[in-house]
Design a protein around this ligand. Structure first.
Ligand code: AP5
Ligand code: MG
Length: 216
């Protein structure tokens, strides 16, 4: 099987990053994630676009979407360089969906379904390794030693947008802008819906099956 082009959709905290890491290991694809790319460029000067804020970080800390021209460019460059990918965090609105359609073909579209209260619990308890990006949860998936990464020994931190207030705003922005994207792929008949409210291993079993069934 050649490396598949996978899109993973789901609300903030649904487990897109968690499942994407497994897809990378199992299928040898590139993890293309706008959230991580933007976090690495939070202070980038986008003042020339003459919009509400002058850096991606200001949009992110408010829980709002970063302007389309910035994220479209990131995705185009990353997809061109990838031989098979899992795309996580994009597209998040109708115009990004049209743009994606114009630059690539998808083999699989996954959707992780999780309720809002569970999303907030996951986001507010999330901890991330500052060195390798491994993700933990203080209750659901704690590291052996508090604050220290099991995989590389790096320090764990809490994302600035993982406060309860910003998490709820991100979910609101998701419902308004990104749920129509989910419905678009559902209407196209290509959406594979997975119950994301189970353990990571149980979710993975369905994710792996879906990719194996469609990526030949
Ligand atoms: P981004 O980084 O993409 O955040 P998000 O979409 O809000 O999603 P998350 O990363 O919060 O959730 P996830 O689904 O990856 O969950 P995870 O696996 O970590 O975007 C951040 C910001 O960047 C946006 O708000 C926006 O400003 C900007 N941005 C990004 N892309 C953009 C775009 N295209 N256009 C415009 N702006 C853009 O899991 C969460 C937690 O749950 C973890 O603690 C994990 O351990 C735990 N967990 C995972 N799975 C399970 C499970 N099955 N059971 C129990 N716990 C679990
Ligand atoms: Mg993520």
């Amino acid at each position: 099987m050649s490396s598949p082009n996978i899109l993973i959709l789901g609300a903030p905290g649904a487990g897109k990053g968690t499942q994407s890491r497994r897809l990378v290991e199992e299928f040898g694809v590139e993890h293309v994630t706008t959230g991580d790319a933007l976090r690495a460029n939070k202070g980038m000067d986008i003042g020339h676009l003459d919009l509400e804020y002058d850096t991606p970080g200001e949009y992110m800390d408010a829980g709002e979407l970063v302007p389309d021209p910035v994220v479209n460019e990131i995705v185009k460059t990353a997809l061109e360089a990838a031989d098979g990918y899992v795309l996580d965090g994009y597209p998040r609105n109708e115009s990004q969906t049209e743009y994606l359609d114009s630059i690539t073909d998808l083999d699989v579209v996954l959707y992780l379904a999780v309720d809002e209260d569970e999303l907030v619990r996951r986001l507010t308890g999330r901890r991330v390794c500052e060195d390798c990006g491994a993700t933990y949860h203080v209750d659901f998936d704690p590291p052996a030693e508090s604050g220290v990464c099991d995989e590389c020994g790096g320090d764990l931190y809490q994302r600035e947008d993982d406060t309860e207030e910003t998490a709820r705003e991100r979910i609101r922005v998701y419902e308004e802008n990104t749920e129509p994207v989910v419905e678009y792929f559902r209407d196209e008949g290509v959406l594979v819906e997975v119950d994301g409210e189970r353990t990571p291993d149980e979710v993975w079993a369905d994710v792996e099956d879906a990719v194996e069934a469609r990526a030949n």
